[in-house]
Design a protein around this ligand. Sequence first.
Ligand code: CMP
Length: 143
Amino acid sequence: MERTFIYLKPNAVRRGLVGEIIKRFEQRGIKIVALKLFWMTREQAEQLYEIHKGKDFYEELIEFVTGGPVVAMIVEAPRVIDMVRHIIGKTDPLKAGTGTIRGEFALTITKNLIHASDSLESYEREYKIFFNEEEIVNYFLDV
Ligand code: CMP
């Protein structure tokens, strides 16, 4: 079974969209296997976004994601990496399809509400920045 890492950015928390966003994953049948609310440190943000270091949006992005609490989770389902990115929509809210999270609720690229790993390699790297293995819970979904 495939897993992916997701986190809801500070504007999702401050706008009270946590329930709305998680609902979209749950109603699709995606299982949450780890979940927490916390304030991301600069070290964690720099590690997460190391590939963007030096880009013009980098500083603004780091300031933004460390500027308020976030909700991070690990979710599980078949083909969940692509499925979650499909539900979220394209990085630029202008290009995110109608019905996607970013397409419905986001306005700017930096404040695009949510991040999800874009590949298995990214997932393996990203979840370890925020979660210990003991925080991942195994259980069965009910009907
Ligand atoms: P995220 O999925 O968190 O991954 C990198 C983030 O950089 C992206 O979402 C955006 O929030 C942010 N970002 C800001 N400007 C850009 C840009 N021009 N291109 C890509 N990502 C950007």
